[in-house]
Design a binder for this molecule. Structure first.
Ligand code: NAD
Length: 394
């Protein structure tokens, strides 16, 4: 358990100074306040993060933050986000929140991993990607397998090839299982079906209207699957071509991006960026259910209660969007395709459990999801058959 602050990417086998930090119970991190960067240990302690590593490699322009929230169930797994953050503090906040969310996502999904996340602070228009991602690979390697990375917003399977040149602790390579987005979309569909069952008493999608915000990797496949199940689609994307494609292929009605959350629908599915559900947007929703792929959809924890007040059933994001993580278990934990599929299907049951707990205890579903994840985290030490494959250099 350590905070490590490195001024340069360490060469293989080199160590940095560390300071012990004790983890403790936490709530999911929307109240992870932003600060001036001087309170990193306090923020880690408050939310139970084990380790945060800051890495800089001036030669490549690489500046990264690698956050490990928990390794209780296995190595911390989570993608690498490349983003042009306005401030370093914004990057740190993202790394802390996303890594904590990964812990709960893995625990709730029943996969043998802990929670971690990396953010690379860079402007994607002005980077030497091979050099940048090799530097990132060295940063990942310096953690000796405690953190396994993959793709996230701003990074692609091709980038992971450069990471792989420096470390084996990486998944989502183009040569292995490939894009996890269809699996993520499948899991979101199961989450939508569980929410429909909770609200309407049937999970049948035929004739239901779903408004999809964002027609990228996940949103496109979600549109394809929902269309196949007989749903009527409304969609938006800031990228006109992506929106047009789902209109062309699946008959979706297209709305401007600023209006999609106001569409009258059974389900609003956020599949773009997080923090879109807030006191500014929730009163405008005209759906019965919110269920989508985006991470950290609630701007703050109180927005879960606000959705309840508006009689909207919220399918908590980290349960709904676990499909990609489950899919990666083929590559990084040696799971069979059958085990991946049955675990993906299990998203329906976990989501149903969330709604049942929320109703029984009169708490928001967002809070029920965190409780279920924490209970599973506490109850489920990893078993030998679950353990991720050794990731020693081959
Ligand atoms: P993506 O970048 O491929 O797609 C996002 C899409 O949203 C893009 O087409 C973009 O143009 C569009 N967009 C951006 N701002 C928008 C706005 N204001 N209104 C409408 N559209 C907008 O990303 P993705 O891989 O599809 O992931 C979508 C979300 O799901 C992200 O929050 C991601 O973190 C989360 N997620 C993805 C996966 C996965 O397997 N890809 C897994 C878990 C969670």
């Amino acid at each position: 358990m350590a905070v490590v602050v490195c001024l340069h990417v360490p060469q293989r086998g080199a160590f940095c100074r560390s300071h012990e930090v004790m983890p403790m119970a936490s709530t999911i991190g929307s109240e992870l306040h932003t600060g001036d960067g001087s309170d990193v240990l306090a923020r880690m302690t408050a939310h139970g993060h084990e380790q945060v590593v800051f890495v800089s490699d001036p030669a490549s322009g690489y500046r990264g933050i690698l956050a490990i929230h928990s390794t209780r169930l296995g190595p911390a797994l989570g993608g690498t986000r490349l983003w042009s953050y306005a401030t370093e503090d914004a990057a740190l906040t993202d790394a802390l929140r996303l890594s904590e969310g990964m812990t709960y996502k893995a625990a709730a999904a029943g996969v043998p991993f802990g929670g971690g996340k990396a953010v690379v602070v860079a402007d994607s228009r002005h980077v030497d990607r091979p050099a940048l991602f090799r530097a990132h690979g060295r940063a990942v390697e310096s953690l000796g397998g405690r953190y396994i990375t993959s793709v996230d917003i701003g990074t692609s399977p091709d980038d992971m090839r450069y990471v792989r040149e420096e470390t084996t602790h990486v998944g989502g390579l183009p040569s292995t299982v490939g894009d996890p987005s269809p699996a993520t979309a499948h899991g979101v569909q199961r989450a939508i079906e569980a929410a429909l069952y909770h609200v309407r008493g049937t999970s049948d999608l035929a004739g239901r209207t779903v408004a999809i915000q964002g027609c990228g990797h996940v949103g496109y496949h979600l549109a394809r699957m929902l269309h196949g199940a007989g749903a009527r689609l409304i969609a938006s994307d800031t990228n006109d071509e992506r929106a047009s494609r789902v209109a062309r292929e699946f008959g979706a009605e297209i709305l401007p991006s600023e209006a999609i959350h106001t569409a009258k629908s059974d389900v609003f599915a956020p599949c773009a960026f997080g923090a879109g559900l807030s006191p500014a947007t929730i009163p405008d929703l005209r759906c019965a259910i919110v269920a989508g792929a985006a991470n950290n959809q609630l701007l703050s924890d109180t927005d879960g209660a606000l959705l309840e007040q508006h009689s909207i059933a919220y399918a908590p994001d980290f349960i709904a969007n676990a499909g990609g993580l489950i899919y990666l278990c083929q590559e990084v934990a040696g799971w069979s395709a059958e085990r991946v599929t049955s675990t993906l299907e299990g998203i329906f049951d976990t989501m149903s459990e969330v709604f049942a707990m929320a109703s029984a205890r009169a708490i928001p579903s967002s809070e029920a999801a965190v409780r279920i994840a924490r209970d599973r985290l506490a109850a489920r030490p990893p078993t030998a058959s679950d353990k991720p494959r050794p990731t020693a250099r081959s």
